[in-house]
Write a protein that binds this ligand. Sequence first.
Ligand code: SAM
Length: 282
Amino acid sequence: MSAIDDLPPLRDVIRRHDLIARKSLGQNFLLDLNLTARIARAAGPLEGVDVVEIGPGPGGLTRALLAHGARRVVAVERDERAVAALAEIAARYPGRLDVIAGDALAFDPRPHLSGDQARIVANLPYNIATALLVSWLTTAPWPPWYDRLVLMFQREVAERIVAAPGSKTYGRLSVLAGWRTQARILFDIAPSAFVPPPKVTSSVVELIPRQTPLACDRRTLERITEAAFGQRRKMLRQSLRSLGSDAPALLAAAGIDPTARAEDIPVDGFVALARALAEATR
Ligand code: SAM
């Protein structure tokens, strides 16, 4: 482990604060400072950037983000033991680390940001990772308040986020992510890098917001993908019947083959369907 600052080793922090990992909080800590530095570097130049971090835990990634030059880190953490441990980092970087004790699912970082550039970088708690991503992808207004997301997920979730049409993992999350962002997997991290090791490989994913996504109503798009992928093996003329609209007419208006299945339809096809549904129910 290489030193990135003069703070105590993370194992020492964990021992002193009795931070034995809790499964209920999705706690798998990254203690290898080379890896946390790699994630911070993957988040791009951080000078002048306010970083929002979810679940800093003992602070390995937090330290890397600060050492890498983040103007400020706003970190939200639910575990009181970790909040106490993070106070040492805040003292080492005066005025640059705000730790908010609370639930990330109910947290709006916007009032805590003061600069004009913000980014979300996190090793997410796996039990709420998808819910958090969906909340960031559906935020209003768009373009959003952040310029990039650099997030760690279980490999299986990362594959769903970046999946292309025709693949088995292509689904609602791929359409939402592809509609509003350009997403790609940057690199994998083996279970052995964490304490305790999770059962599966993790992946770091980068999502860059599209400045002008194809125009359509987000909720209507979600209704369409819910109906289409809810019965993904069925032809669309059948699966879209649950929308309560004339499915063949919607498909015709969107220029889509009624015998196609959800997993064959690219993002712009779903957008065309959402527009047709909005038009039909106007
Ligand atoms: N960032 C640390 C690291 O890389 O070692 C810890 C990552 S660990 C996978 C997830 C962290 O999220 C834990 O510190 C956990 O306490 C925290 N957490 C879990 N649920 C949370 C929630 N609802 N709101 C805020 N933090 C949460």
